[in-house]
Design a binder for this molecule. Structure first.
Ligand code: HEC
Length: 111
């Protein structure tokens, strides 16, 4: 391979990587934003849903950033929990897409 062919190959590989990376990241950002709006609507009556918020309910259920930092709060755990929560956490009926979104939002505090 001559020099310019190598350059071509390198820049092709680079653009493929960038291209492959972008849509997933954009999806995740969209999911988080949608999850935040959902959390505001459906969960904020009980949970503090963001950082630097002080509650209407100081001794209420754990704030989302606290939940995200607990050990073992994986996507799998959160999916299972939301489909059969422990009382007094109510079962909130959500579609698969809504569950993905609200979990993407909660998990965003763990990073
Ligand atoms: C009516 C009040 C209420 C609402 C509304 C509510 N929660 Fe909860 N949630 C609780 C309580 C109380 C607990 C703690 C239950 C326990 O003691 O195990 C809890 C626990 C949780 C946990 C488990 C925390 C852990 O570390 O195991 C998750 C995850 C959670 N809630 C997510 C949500 C999401 C997402 C929503 C909105 C879709 C929501 N909650 C709406 C009251 C509520």
């Amino acid at each position: 391979m001559n020099h310019s062919a190598k350059c071509m190959a390198a820049s092709l590989a680079l653009s493929v990587t960038v291209w492959a990376g972008t849509p997933a990241k954009a999806d995740e950002a969209r999911n988080r934003a949608a999850g935040e709006a959902m959390a505001q609507e459906l969960c904020s009556g009980c949970h503090i849903i963001g950082e630097n918020q002080s509650g209407p309910v100081p001794d209420g259920p754990a704030p989302f950033p606290v939940i995200a930092d607990r050990p073992g709060r994986t996507v799998g755990y959160l999916e299972a929990y939301l489909s059969s929560p422990t009382p007094p956490m109510p079962h909130v009926p959500l579609s698969k897409q809504e569950v993905d979104r609200v979990i993407a939002y909660i998990r965003s505090f763990a990073e």
